[in-house]
Design a protein around this ligand. Sequence first.
Ligand code: FMN
Length: 319
Amino acid sequence: MNVLIIYYSQTGNTQTIARCIRDGVREAGHSVYVVPLKQVNAAMLEKYDLIGLGSPIWCADPPPVRKFIESLPMQQGKHLFLFTTHGTMPDLYFPVVSRNVIEKGFQIVGMADWYGDCKIQVFRYPYFTTGHPDEIDKESAAAFGREVCRKSQAVRDGLEEPLKQVPPTNINPMQACAVINMLNGNTSPHCSLKQDRSKCLHEKGCSICQDNCPMGYIDLDQGKFGRHGDSCGDGHGCTYCEMLCPAGAIYAFEPTFEEEAKKDAARGFKMFQMILAEAEEAGRFRQLMPPEAFEEYVPFYQTTGHPRIRPLSCKEDNE
Ligand SMILES: Cc1cc2nc3c(=O)[nH]c(=O)nc-3n(C[C@H](O)[C@H](O)[C@H](O)COP(=O)(O)O)c2cc1C
């Protein structure tokens, strides 16, 4: 079988899982190619028998993933598996994304999710999920790779059925608020951004924010920054450009990171801890950080200077 694994990833969790699934597919004796979403075009899918599509959870699917699915021609039952990494609230992803791919004519032969570290400026760091994906997660991702190949073959042989039912939505109150906020187009929970031109290194040849904005919102030559042309902030609150900027030329306003982090510290993240405690009790989550790690509130933006993260290298995807 020829397998294509497509992933979208900003901080590396989904990329790590994609590579482990790749290893499982290889162990099962199949040929596999791993590729970041921005290098994929619809025609590429035709050469493969089984497609994997992975991304982080941003409420549900990040807009580039949604746009990619929308851009595809109708599929005639091509086999597909979905995988995702997330922080505390994964519940909306599969109900939304599985519906979208089934409507596109794919047959789903597997879905799996893993916890991942959260590097969000105003969130505490380490976060409750820091340490994931760990070795156990990686082994289970490889096992998932083997399983989706087996399942795809069994469906092809008429021995098993693909997934027909979209999973039910089981949404917690905090995520419900985030969704309402997003649908109303309100300010991002991860802050809104502006660009300080006096610090920008574009004249020295830097265009890292423009090259990596998942929405194509930045045109430095035209002086256009963000969704609104002079600022960025929607319900998703991607903030990738702020993370990548080497000069700190992109900053949060109304609220600032300081203001938002203070609010988060005051809320104490109790809801997140409750959700994770429930997940731990149900055997879906393992907290890897010792409790002492959470005694002090240090927001992620204070743990690092600029750039906060670097773009991912894809060199090892197909090694
Ligand atoms: C804009 C944004 C929105 C996010 N929304 C959610 C969410 O709704 N639920 C959740 O569990 N995690 C959420 N996260 C956390 C990421 O899903 C998590 O850190 C993921 O593992 C990142 O994957 P990556 O390293 O492949 O980019 C969000 C992260 C970002 C940057």
